[in-house]
Design a protein around this ligand. Structure first.
Ligand SMILES: [Zn+2]
Length: 394
């Protein structure tokens, strides 16, 4: 059987699992575990607190040597309200494409990696391969931190990590980070004719939105700029403001959601501290009107930015493995790469497919793109009989 057939069969199986982030991913995890076990590859589960979701880590080759991490997420985004022309959780071949949820983001990459596990097994005498598959990436990289902790504390720290998000197999050395938060404002309700006895949560929330958008303006003009990003500065964005039910009632509750997308080098903590000071001001004002009033902040999700030197050995090595058609660049979307990089593992994003097709109806990956990913895995396998420090170089 050729590798391409194996890859397609695995992709077919993977797409068949509706591993939407909100649901358990244990079915796809079990399938991958038994596939690996059939090829004599042992893996471990890193489960979440509920036991309903898990990451997988499999090491192929000598664990006492510096290896290479192949990283991906098993979860996919929902298909609700999307107009698919074939069942989203059935891999459907149409012309030279495989259509199905997750085809490009990022089960195509996982299929290529798994298809080559037997080859890695045969070849990895000097450089081990760690297959690291997370859950809940699509809802803010919630599953990866525990997995990254385990990877970073392997007996020998990996020399390189490739996050196979769709980049058209170009090497990506940087992306922005993100912090998403929810602000819940509680005032005191009342009749609109008697606002002096109430505390208006919507007014307080509106002032906060104003403060945050002023901070966004200041930040967009700060010195921390990098023309490699679009836009070349850190953005702060308010995505929603909900509050109030009727004109004749003073609203007692309002909820704001905002995010910061930071370019590497931004002092995100100080931006968040600034927003906390705005919140303190509004909380104090509200409490003067109603002692029970309060403002609380919840974390929705966050992941760090990725930035390694464009001429780093890791970037050059991945570009060679992938036979990249374009020079290394940046992407506008976030990935788990920043988490691996923060743990001290040189990390590059590079995978088959196009992020422009992700999350949409009729998501697809080209058969040719899968073939290029297969070729990348073959090139990788060919290096595994040498120690990592000999072949990971500029
Ligand atoms: Zn993805």
């Amino acid at each position: 059987m050729t590798d391409q057939q194996t890859t397609l069969e695995i992709l077919d199986a993977l797409i068949g699992f509706p591993s939407i982030s909100r649901d358990s991913n244990l079915d796809i995890v079990s399938w991958i575990e038994s596939y690996l076990a059939r090829h004599d590859v042992r893996s471990q589960r890193i489960a979440d607190r509920t036991g309903a979701k898990a990451s997988i880590l499999a090491t192929i080759g000598p664990s006492d040597r510096a290896g290479i991490v192949l990283s991906a997420h098993t979860d996919v985004v929902p298909v609700d309200g999307q107009d698919w022309s074939s069942p989203p959780f059935t891999a459907t071949r149409r012309d030279n494409r495989i259509v199905g949820r997750g085809a490009t983001d990022m089960k195509g990459f996982i299929a290529g990696v798994l298809a080559h596990a037997p080859h890695f097994k045969a070849a990895a005498t000097q450089t081990p391969v760690h297959i690291a598959l997370s859950y809940d990436e699509e809802v803010g990289c919630l599953g990866a931190p525990d997995l990254v902790d385990v990877v970073a504390s392997l007996p020998t720290k990996p020399a390189l990590c490739i996050v196979g998000e769709p980049t058209g197999l170009n090497a990506v050395y940087a992306h922005k980070g993100k912090v998403a938060r929810r602000i819940i404002v509680t005032g005191r309700g009342g009749h609109s004719a008697l606002p002096h006895r109430a505390a208006n949560a919507v007014t307080a929330a509106a002032r906060l939105v104003n403060n945050i958008s002023d901070l966004a303006d200041t930040t967009s003009n700060s010195d921390v700029r990098d023309e490699a990003f679009d836009p070349p500065y850190t953005t702060i964005h308010v995505g929603s403001l909900h509050g109030g039910t009727a004109l004749n009632l003073v609203p007692d509750r309002a909820v704001i959601e905002f995010e910061i997308r930071d370019i590497p080098g931004t002092d995100v903590a100080s931006l968040l501290a600034q927003i906390d000071r705005f919140i303190d001001e509004q909380r104090n004002d509200l409490k003067r009107q109603a002692s029970e009033a309060d403002i609380i902040v919840e974390n929705i999700s966050s992941y760090p930015s990725l930035m390694i030197a464009q001429n780093d050995a890791a970037v050059a090595t991945v570009a060679r493995l992938a036979d990249s058609k374009h020079p290394a660049g940046t992407v506008s979307f976030g990935t788990e790469a920043g988490l691996y990089a923060k743990a001290g593992i040189p990390t590059v994003v590079c995978g088959p497919g196009d992020i422009g097709r992700a999350h949409k109806a009729d998501e697809w990956i080209g058969i040719d793109e899968l073939a290029q990913a297969d070729a990348m895995m073959k090139r990788l396998a060919a290096h595994l009989n040498q120690p990592a420090e000999q072949w990971i170089k500029a």
